[in-house]
Design a protein around this ligand. Structure first.
Ligand code: ADP
Ligand code: MG
Length: 256
């Protein structure tokens, strides 16, 4: 099963990605979690200890590897390089395993909105496609805000895209925009997941104001999330309430 997690910055994508990844890993599944945020922080939410975090390097920043595979130095524009470099060994070679979750950091390329054609962009794009195409038990993509960067391949291979929302009109507005963008490229298997829900009223607000997205479930607001981060403990272990809400959603996703 391949899951993409999207939503506005700060709504809790990384928190949800970490919770789902740990749930499936504990259930004995093979999990690959991919941090596709320009400033990676999934390792923190998963409670990776410092010595393992040191082993993680975003692929986009591996200049020597990019040059070896594409034939050109990152940052060069206009030269010759291969646009479909070899990437099949990358997920295993550069991911780091902790408590059953394999984590890969993608990093990002500043394309300046122009869809730049440069070696590092070719590398990331090919790797992203490879991850979508290949057989994977559970793949969880922690995306950043929009879905503009998702291509047609996403539509065919992503089993579900989860859009995280807070119980505010603004957040629901962003979810509506993401839904539109996703629908534009043909992605229709979309779910809304509420986060930072403080009471029944807020949960109901999500139900009644959903922009036509089914509500998969919601996670309560809990100060433990920040505490876990400070203490370097996985949210999944430290905050039972979030673990419980996640389990139900994780099981429902498998039924789809
Ligand atoms: N259920 C929650 N209750 C309280 N704080 C939360 C909750 N979920 C996330 N947070 C906090 O919100 C902030 C953003 O969460 P994060 O998962 O990093 O969002 P995103 O990946 O969407 O930017 C973090 O400081 C996190 O501790
Ligand atoms: Mg994040």
């Amino acid at each position: 099963m391949k899951l993409a997690i999207s939503g506005k910055g700060g709504v809790g994508k990384t928190t949800l990605a970490a919770l789902l990844a740990q749930y499936y890993a504990d259930a004995g599944r093979q999990v690959l979690a991919v941090d596709a945020d320009p400033s990676p922080c999934l390792a923190g939410a998963l409670g990776f200890p410092p010595e393992l975090r040191e082993m993680l390097h975003p692929i986009a920043e591996m200049d020597a590897l990019i040059e070896e595979r594409t034939g050109a130095k990152p940052g060069t524009i206009g030269g010759f390089f291969t646009i479909n470099p070899r990437v099949d060994d990358i997920p295993e070679r550069f991911s780091v395993l902790y408590k059953g979750v394999r984590l890969l950091e993608m990093g990002s390329v500043d394309t300046g909105g122009s869809g730049c054609i440069c070696p590092e962009a070719a590398m990331l794009k090919t790797l992203f496609m490879h991850l979508l195409f290949r057989e994977e038990d559970i793949l969880i993509l922690d995306m950043y805000a929009g879905v503009e960067h998702l291509g047609r391949a996403t539509v065919d291979f992503v089993d579900a895209m989860l859009i995280v929302v807070e119980p505010t009109r603004r957040s629901i507005g962003t979810a509506a925009q993401i839904k539109q963008l996703a629908n534009d490229i043909g992605l229709t298997r979309l779910w809304m997941v509420g986060n930072k829900v403080r009471n029944a009223e807020e949960a109901e607000f999500l139900e009644t104001n959903s922009p036509g997205l089914p509500l998969l479930g919601w996670l309560p607001a809990d100060l433990g999330v920040q505490e876990a981060d400070r203490l370097g403990i996985p949210v999944y272990e430290y905050v039972p309430a979030l673990r419980q809400s996640t389990s139900k959603m994780a099981v429902d996703l498998l039924k789809e």
